[in-house]
Design a protein around this ligand. Structure first.
Ligand code: HEM
Length: 403
């Protein structure tokens, strides 16, 4: 479409928000030939594609299957509902509070201890890219001494998923990771079935509804998805929240003084700088969006990053404002929060409360460890990524507390 840089171009990557503005205003429905997909960008259209039962995610197969196998995200209808019912209880309030909060606290503390006395840190490379992975590995009851392997697999999976230019080396590496991950996980899954413990992996092995349970492959695929869906997203959200707060020292100070504002800062970050910028849906019938009709069976790319800044829905949408009224922090991890970053409807993020708990714990500890945190001069203020997006770096300077 004239005037809109292509999604795979460097220009788009440098500033997707300008392109989103033109799309929302002038081209709310686009056909993108290379992606073989329609693209929608207005809040009401993206919301519709998430909530209307006529849409499924079935067309994820080509993207997710090669690296993860068959995950919950590729399922629809009754099969999805059953799988969701099998996994969701492990991510609800009671379970999280009782079992996993101490795990989250321990992992945040361990990482902060690596830079606590340094007076400077890059929150992306030294904290955010490690923390959610460490938490998931620990929750699953896997050996944390394998951390480097998990981090390598995680990096390989997200590179594969974000490989818009079809780089063959990246693709080959992703496929290798699938083999390595399966060879590592399957024996452990079998062992946990024999000797269950108090960990998430054992819970998944034991989960059963009306005689249905998950196979070893199902569980392996879910764990692989957790690395990507639970790792990259929380990683980018945490980094973006600190980048946003540190760039607005008055808001940072307000949050520092009143820690009950952390969920609000998180929710506003998810609106303003969502980690997942686009996800796909497929309608089972012909549907009408702003700008025209989309035939049954087509792929529709939903631009969360554009919808979350739709001026029809949010006042002054490009401003980061912890105090904005449209965002409800008391429900930051539910569909009612007021943004689309966790999607809506049947595939609404199963890990939203976990993400919120991780961010709340980490933010509190980081604020305590770095009482006068400020952005270092070398801060690049750059974001990276098209499907998923986050700050390239968040270099911070602070006076060590022990000093
Ligand atoms: C689904 C975003 C954290 C696990 C989703 C979806 C989005 C999303 C947009 C819907 C995908 C689609 O419909 O195509 C996020 C964001 C996070 C986050 C922004 C952090 C800020 C997590 C965490 C976990 C997790 C921590 C678990 C460890 C999942 C799973 C699904 C999902 C398993 C699939 C649910 C289903 O298909 O029913 N997430 N996520 N996510 N997320 Fe998250």
């Amino acid at each position: 479409t004239p005037g809109i840089p292509d999604i795979v171009s460097a220009e788009f990557n440098a500033d997707p928000y300008s392109a989103y503005r033109i799309m929302r205003d002038e081209a709310p429905l686009i056909w993108h030939e290379p992606m073989q997909s329609y693209i929608v960008s207005r809040y009401e259209d993206v919301q519709r594609a998430f909530k209307d039962g006529v849409f499924t995610t079935a067309n994820y197969d080509w993207q997710l299957e090669p690296v993860h196998g068959r995950t919950i995200l590729q399922l629809s209808g009754r099969e999805h509902a059953t799988r969701r019912a099998l996994v969701a209880p492990a991510f609800r309030g009671g379970e999280l509070r009782d079992k996993f909060r101490p795990v989250i606290e321990r992992n945040a503390r361990e990482l902060i201890d690596t830079f606590r006395e340094d007076g400077s840190v890059d929150l992306v490379s030294q904290f955010a890219t490690h923390f959610p992975i460490n938490v998931i590995v620990d929750m699953l009851g896997l050996d944390k001494s394998d951390h480097d392997r998990f981090h390598k697999w995680y990096t390989s999976i997200i590179a594969f998923l974000g490989n818009l230019t079809q780089d063959p080396d990246v693709a080959a590496d992703g496929l290798r990771t699938r083999e390595e991950f399966a060879a590592y996980m399957i024996p452990i899954i079998r062992e946990r079935r024999e000797n269950p413990g108090d960990d998430l992996l054992s819970t998944l092995c034991q989960a059963e509804i009306d005689g249905t349970s998950m196979s070893d492959d199902d569980i392996k695929a879910f764990c692989s998805l957790l690395l990507a869906a639970g790792g990259e997203t929380t990683d980018k959200a945490l980094a973006a929240m600190f980048a946003n707060l540190l760039s607005h020292p008055d808001q940072l100070e307000a949050v520092r003084q009143d820690r009950s504002l952390i969920p609000k800062a998180f929710a506003e970050t998810l609106r303003h700088s969502p980690p997942v910028h686009m996800i796909m849906r497929q309608p089972a019938e012909d549907v009408v969006f702003s700008g025209g009709e989309v035939p049954a069976g087509s792929t529709v790319t939903c631009l969360i990053g554009a919808a979350n800044r739709d001026p029809e829905h949010y006042a002054d949408p490009d401003a980061f404002n912890v105090f904005r009224e449209e965002i409800d922090a008391s429900t930051a991890f539910t569909a009612a929060a007021g943004h689309l970053a966790f999607a809506l409807g049947r595939h609404f993020c199963v890990g939203a409360l976990l993400a919120e708990t991780e961010v709340e714990v980490a933010a509190n500890m980081l604020l305590d460890a770095m009482p006068d945190a400020r952005l270092a001069d070398r801060y690049s203020a750059q974001e990276q990524g098209v499907f998923t997006r986050g700050p390239a770096d968040v270099p911070v300077e602070f006076t060590p507390r022990s000093a």
